[in-house]
Ligand binder design. Structure first.
Ligand SMILES: Cc1cc2nc3c(=O)[nH]c(=O)nc-3n(C[C@H](O)[C@H](O)[C@H](O)COP(=O)(O)OP(=O)(O)OC[C@H]3O[C@@H](n4cnc5c(N)ncnc54)[C@H](O)[C@@H]3O)c2cc1C
Length: 494
């Protein structure tokens, strides 16, 4: 059992935990970021709508309302620093009937109270000029120019890498099994392989943040997973929506929307279904039918037969507050919650991280700035978005850029090799997919998986059958069915 010692342990490497870790990396403190999965961004962060919301939706006065607007404002800068894809598209809430128009004004007023800049109501003519594929029965919309699209797992990966480059120790595959307490303070974090003595703990464990809080005796909230299901359409149809198109919201969700993705796909979803099970990410025929039905109302010409995949995400809804659970646990001042981070959690991330930093300071953590903090992180040099001349230069410099591995997304061997040699280790096929997009296209990894596995085995020094999709028992290959002539000879000799 390894014995480690730090100032702060952040539990959970989703977009929240990685943002907190990066924020703390600015200061002279020893930070551990501890994640149970073999990669970052495997919880809520890997399956959501990926919208940077403007902030008109949340009830004024809530954490969600306060942090959304601040988060959206700093997104462009953070994404520039970390080389993460971000598109400032704006967003629309569309009234499809006259009786929905008063809801737009309600949202407009709520937006003013929350401090959302430049909101306005636009009429049918402008709306259909902006979004020609909308249902022509649309009557008006709320235009929110500060909304945008982001690559959510790309952001979490980039934050973790930047944190690691600035001294944070990232422990992957490290399930937090218990916390040690003494005299009303948490003193250590236990994983199967290590005990980390620490002065502070940040609980950013997403859907499991209630269970982590219970380890210090806090029992005043629980997390209810709320499923949301999606369709993803081929990139050929990304042009059909210029920005996220929301219906007027319901009591429990922002409604089923039609949206482009930051990579140019078209996306519809999510529905909202509360459930008990925290790992059930299965899509259902009933849920998908609901999604399709409502999205067709927004955009009747949706290319239904060109869906390339479906997926589901699980929101971490905190009961009873239905708000983010932020701040110290009652009676345990050095245990800081960043729990129940449901939507607009992705948007709020930068502001959440600042808030957690302030809570740590209030609890006595001294934060002296590091002179050498580097806020910049270089991403993987991608091939498909370069001009012909730039591509030729890349190939000349590194011939692996000349070998296309994923034909749908035009991902080269050079990019996959880079993904496997980053400051935070990438050891799974899904990890390669999230970093390079290999396997995210039309064929959904049908063609590129064997090549990806081959490159991973070579770079990681593993055999093919040791490579997993997402860690644990998720092996892709069970063994060899054919062998080379040389191997056959060796078998005969034996
Ligand atoms: C359907 C859906 C749509 C959404 N759409 C949007 C949107 O458009 N815009 C927006 O702003 N937000 C959106 N959100 C919300 C956003 O996705 C979340 O707020 C955000 O991803 C939460 O990140 P997190 O880091 O708090 O949680 P997670 O990403 O779940 O990370 C928590 C991490 O903690 C780890 N962990 C848990 N228990 C332990 C343990 N015992 N030991 C070690 N590690 C542990 C988990 O493995 C996980 O990696 C949406 C969410 C969903 C589900």
């Amino acid at each position: 059992m390894e014995k480690l010692k730090g100032d702060v342990v952040v539990i959970g490497a989703g977009v929240t935990g990685t943002a907190v870790a990066r924020e703390l990396a600015r200061y002279q403190v020893k930070v551990f970021l501890v994640e149970k999965y073999p990669d970052v961004a495997c919880g809520c962060t890997k399956a959501n709508t990926a919208i940077v919301h403007a902030g008109y939706d949340a009830t004024p006065g809530t954490w969600k309302a306060k942090l959304n607007v601040r988060g959206a404002a700093v997104y462009p800068q953070i994404c520039r620093e970390l080389e993460v894809k971000f598109k400032p598209t704006g967003s629309l809430v569309v009234a499809l009937a006259e009786d929905q128009v008063p809801h737009l004004y309600e949202l407009l007023n709520r937006g003013y109270v929350n401090g959302v800049p430049d909101l306005k109501i636009i009429g049918r003519e402008q709306l259909l000029a902006q979004e020609p594929y909308l249902n022509p029965k649309a009557v008006a919309a709320l235009w929110a120019p500060t909304a945008g699209l982001v690559d959510p797992w790309g952001l979490a990966i980039a934050q973790a890498e930047n944190a690691a480059e600035n001294g944070v120790e990232v422990l992957l595959g490290a399930l937090v099994e218990g916390l040690e307490l003494k005299d009303g303070l948490v003193t250590a974090v236990r994983t199967p392989d290590a005990v980390i003595q620490t002065r502070y703990v940040v609980n950013a464990a997403g859907r499991y943040s209630d269970e982590i809080a219970r380890m210090v005796g806090q029992d005043d909230f629980r997390i209810v997973p709320r499923k949301g299901e999606y369709y993803v359409f081929d990139k050929r149809f990304g042009y059909m929506a210029a920005c996220p198109l929301f219906p007027v919201p319901t009591a429990i969700s922002k409604g089923i929307l039609v949206s482009p993705s930051v990579d140019g796909n078209l996306l519809i979803g999510p529905n909202a279904q509360d459930q008990e099970e925290k790992e059930d990410l299965d899509t259902t025929s009933v849920g998908l039918a609901e999604v399709l039905d409502e999205a067709l109302d927004m955009m009747p010409d949706l290319p239904v037969r060109d869906a390339i995949t479906n997926f589901a995400g699980l929101r971490a809804v905190a009961r009873p507050s239905n708000d983010f659970v932020l701040g110290p646990a009652p009676g345990v001042p050095n245990f800081i919650n960043a729990a129940g981070i449901q939507s607009p959690g992705l948007t709020s991330t930068p502001a959440l991280a600042e808030m957690v930093r302030d809570f740590l300071q209030l609890a006595g953590l001294e934060l002296k700035g590091k002179s050498k903090f580097n806020p910049y992180r270089q991403g993987i040099v991608t091939f498909c978005d370069k001009s012909r001349e730039q591509q030729a230069e890349l190939i000349e410099h590194n011939p692996r850029y000349g070998r296309i591995v994923c034909r749908c997304e035009t991902v080269t061997e050079a990019e996959i090799v880079q993904a496997l040699n980053r400051p935070v280790p990438c050891t799974t096929v899904d990890g390669v997919k999230r970093r390079t997009h290999a396997g995210m296209g039309r064929c959904q990894a049908g063609f590129c998986t064997p090549r990806v596995v081959e490159i991973m085995a070579r770079e990681l020094g593993l055999t093919w059958d040791e490579i997993t999709k997402k860690g644990g028992a998720s092996r892709l290959l069970l063994g060899q069915t054919k062998c080379s002539a040389a191997e056959k000879g060796a078998e005969k000799d034996a």
